[in-house]
Design a protein around this ligand. Structure first.
Ligand SMILES: Cc1cc2nc3c(=O)[nH]c(=O)nc-3n(C[C@H](O)[C@H](O)[C@H](O)COP(=O)(O)O)c2cc1C
Length: 382
């Protein structure tokens, strides 16, 4: 049997601080620190505690070259190699290791930058809720705990030397820009008109033209910028109350301007999923349409292979799209929202996405306002 190390692996010496009663009674420092090795392998997506022997063995096995298992066992031990294979930190060419090897191969095929893969895979939430561990304190609570925040604006030169600029003239974009706000009080009965949903999807996520940059290398022209012109962000739709669209999950096709049905649901199921997607932020749940921004990493990493900036570019791309989405919703007389506090794991499961290939970045939504002010909103006040 041939084996090698998984493609990407970071090992963190993590520390637990405990009250050490024996030290306390001996009159020494009362805090004890226990250090343990935590293996972070993105193709597995779960943290794994390993021992010193396993750490050492991993350091001696190539991630590229396949070696005979027996030779690795001689170098460390039969037990250590067996455990590392069972955990998936080592992969083998044996049939029983196929599932874990395939996950490693999926990761290799995407051309992730190792640190970015780890940052992505280990910052996902599953089943997180506002009242569980999400920590959504009010500003008052924050000030009580941390004191006042750093000032909202800073000075980097004497005020006397600063060049005062003329005030901006009113212009075309102003009306939309000033009306935009994050909605947190959506009308639970309002239906999103099909024409509005359709314009929003087409202008925010749709293609306005296609160009062949080289033989069989196509890029789309969209109305937001995208790193390398690659537009890797896909729009996945949760339709709760969209006119003419059955409740359920869809993928928006940017060239055909069509909703591809993925999962049909009843309205109780869409409401339950909406709540789960945004980690129980119930102020968003009544939005009749939500759009999950999902970066198809291989599209960006095709050009930016193992690239230090590629992950950052994917996050920035999604930010641009969400702003365009906000402005289109505003133009249609509706508030919108974007949130990064989402349960990626639940979203992946619902839409059938592989997190090594399809990176859930954020959830947007929009809909008519209810008129109530149950949850705080920040509208522009002239
Ligand atoms: C990246 C990002 C993440 C956000 N996440 C949340 C969130 O989890 N919950 C929420 O209620 N608002 C969220 N918001 C909205 C902000 O709270 C909002 O933009 C900010 O308070 C300013 O208000 P405005 O958009 O009405 O001007 C997020 C905004 C951005 C850009």
């Amino acid at each position: 049997m041939l084996i090698r190390r998984c493609a990407v692996l970071f090992v963190e010496p993590r520390e637990n601080l405990d009250l050490d009663w024996s030290s306390l009674f001996a009159g020494e420092g009362a805090l004890g620190a226990t250090v343990r090795w935590v293996a972070l392998a993105p193709h597995l997506g779960v943290e794994i505690e390993i021992g010193n022997d396993e750490m050492l063995a991993l350091g001696g096995i190539s991630l590229t070259l396949w070696r005979e298992r027996a030779a690795c066992e001689q170098q460390s031990s039969v037990d250590v190699i067996a455990r590392l294979l069972a955990l998936g930190l080592l992969v083998s060419d044996a049939p029983e290791g196929a599932a874990l090897r395939e996950r490693d191969e999926v990761l290799r095929a995407q051309h992730w930058r190792p640190l970015s893969a780890a940052a992505h895979m280990f910052s996902r939430w599953g089943d997180m809720r506002v009242d569980k561990g999400m920590q959504f304190p009010s500003f008052e609570e924050l000030v009580e705990s941390y004191g006042t925040p750093p000032a909202p604006a800073i000075e980097r030169a004497d005020a006397g030397t600063a060049l005062l600029l003329p005030s901006a003239e009113r212009a075309g974009l102003d009306e939309t820009l000033f009306q935009r706000y994050t909605g947190r009080n959506f009308d639970p009965a309002a239906i999103l008109p099909l024409a509005t949903a359709s314009r929003l999807l087409q202008r925010a996520f749709g293609s306005q033209g296609e160009r062949e940059m080289a033989p069989d290398a196509f890029v789309l022209k969209k109305l937001s910028p995208s790193a390398g012109g690659l537009h890797p962000t896909e729009a996945y739709v949760l339709a709760q109350r969209v006119e003419g669209v059955a409740p359920g999950l869809y993928h928006y096709h940017p060239v055909r301007h069509a909703l591809e049905p993925l999962v049909a649901m009843d309205t109780a199921q869409t409401a339950e999923l909406a709540m789960r997607m945004v980690a129980d932020q119930d102020w968003f749940v009544d939005a009749p349409m939500m759009v999950v921004l999902v970066a198809r990493v291989e599209r960006n990493f095709w050009k930016y292979r193992n690239h230090a900036k590629a992950y950052r570019a994917l996050l920035l791309d999604a930010g641009h799209l969400s702003q365009t989405f906000y402005l289109l919703a505003t133009e249609a007389g509706m508030p919108a929202f974007v949130t990064a506090a989402v349960n990626e794991v639940d979203i992946e499961r619902a839409f059938g996405l592989d997190p090594l290939k399809d990176m859930v970045v954020a959830v947007c939504g929009c809909g008519a306002a209810s008129g109530a002010q149950d949850t705080v909103e920040m509208r522009y006040e002239p």
